[in-house]
Design a protein around this ligand. Structure first.
Ligand code: UD1
Length: 417
């Protein structure tokens, strides 16, 4: 199993390019299932989750080709086997995103239940409730969701809580339904908007994406399209936090501050100078960071996917930060690993109290999930001596060439096989 070895204490300096967003790429790839013509996606990140999604789609009969420029074309003309097997869903929860498109286009889907996940229970009841409201017959048997519908019918769906992939699944399904669907209490995440833009380019009729009410007027069929995937706001935020924590100065290109205002605000509060330009963000930290308190919530509030990285920043900041996690019930597993590096963190329920210490000391730590791994890398970049981050397959799911990008910014980091 691969590990990352980091020699801490070097301020990050220089320029790095942000990749396309994982959380936009995965639903966009599933959107290809909705049409008989090819969908071409640009700015596709090279990630393990993207590879997993290609495999998942391929075993359903979707042809995938990658051109020299890195664009991925998915052709679902030969869609044959509307099944998402346990072996693939187990490694990537976002596999649930095939459910809506498959029922809408093929009239049937069998998708393994995602099951438990390290960061919490993460049920899919809202996805199922919405599809049922659109007239799908749904049965859960032998660990699989089996959904069927001759043709889905538009419906007014009120979601009990804000769910990102739930909104995306139902929005995709509704594009081919008979009549109009209204999704109330929809997720407002930029990735939902990116997906809606692509669906509209494919011929869908969608209004309201980016607000909490999305209206979809069903059409008989969608056609092919070309779409460029939005920048990864979480990768952007992670690199900015790493630069801030190390007292560095970086410029990130291929990204946009508009997608992460809540995060930039917290970085400014921590004492960073943040400058936004069209298509780029610069950050300089010329002092010891100040501790910041934050509370995760659905977009446009502070993202849960940045919580762990800010805990690492607070760990070495001046003062005490209070971090409240409201999205996932078990997302503080990095706290105990950060403590191994000398951080002073007390957790109780969904709150963590982080008392900043003057410095961290390198040690071997274990990555438990994707963003927890990122927080350990940030901490390792700051810590004195060597930090070894074990089980980095989590990191490879969501960060493209992280050690290469960090090395280019001056970090002493290497992959150990
Ligand atoms: C997506 C992101 C993930 C991010 C999360 C929250 C992708 C591929 N993943 O995950 O990186 O951390 O949004 O911003 O985009 N819930 C239910 N019932 C449901 C669905 C969700 O109770 O049917 C709960 C979940 O358990 C969780 C909360 O709703 O507590 C939010 O989850 P959700 O927004 O669905 O997360 P994902 O879409 O899985």
């Amino acid at each position: 199993m691969d590990r990352l070895a980091i020699e801490g204490g070097v301020p990050l300096r220089g320029e790095a390019r942000v990749s396309g967003a994982k959380n936009a790429a995965l639903p966009l790839m599933c959107a290809a299932l909705l049409a008989r013509e090819p969908l071409t996606l640009g700015n596709v990140p090279h990630l393990r989750d993207v590879t997993t999604m290609v495999r998942l789609l391929a075993q359903m009969g979707v042809a995938a080709t990658l051109d020299e420029g890195g664009a991925l074309t998915l052709d679902a003309a030969g869609l044959a086997n509307p099944v998402a097997p346990y072996e693939l869903v187990r490694t990537m929860r976002a596999s649930i995103l095939v459910l809506g498109p498959l029922v809408a286009r093929a009239g049937e889907a069998r998708v393994s239940l995602p099951g438990g996940c390290a960061i919490g229970l993460r049920p899919v009841d809202q996805h199922l409730k919405g599809l049922a409201a659109m007239g799908a017959e749904i049965a859960v048997e032998h660990g699989y969701i089996h959904a069927r519908a001759h043709r889905l019918a538009g419906a007014r769906i009120f979601m009990d809580l804000v769910t990102v992939t739930g909104t995306e699944n139902l929005m995709m399904a509704a594009t081919l339904a008979e009549g109009t669907t209204v999704l109330e209490n929809a997720a407002r995440e930029p990735e939902v908007v990116d997906l809606a833009n692509c669906l509209v380019a494919m011929g869908a009729r969608i209004t309201g994406a980016g607000t909490d009410v999305i209206t979809i007027e069903g059409v008989a069929r969608l056609h092919g399209a070309t779409h460029r995937i939005m920048p990864d706001r979480i990768e952007t935020g992670t690199f900015l936090v790493a630069a801030a924590a190390t007292g560095g100065e970086v410029r990130l290109t291929g990204t946009d501050g508009a997608y992460l205002e809540a995060v930039l605000e917290k970085l400014r509060e921590a004492g960073a100078e943040v400058r936004e330009e069209p298509g780029a963000i610069s950050l300089a930290m010329r002092r010891r960071p100040r501790a910041v308190s934050l509370r995760t919530a659905p977009y446009p509030a502070f993202p849960t996917d940045m919580q762990a990285q800010f805990m690492a920043l607070d760990a070495i900041a001046a003062g005490t930060g209070v971090i409240t996690e409201t999205i996932f019930e078990n997302r503080f597993m990095h706290a105990i690993e950060l403590a191994r590096l000398g951080a002073d963190i007390e957790t109780s329920g969904n709150t963590a109290i982080v008392k900043g210490v003057a410095s961290l000391d390198g040690a071997t730590v274990m990555a438990t999930d994707l963003r927890a791994s990122a927080s350990l890398v940030v901490a390792g970049l700051v810590a004195r001596g060597e930090t070894v981050v074990d089980r980095i397959y989590h990191l490879d799911r969501g960060y493209e060439a992280i050690e290469e990008k960090l090395s280019a910014l001056g970090a002493r980091i290497r992959r150990v096989r």
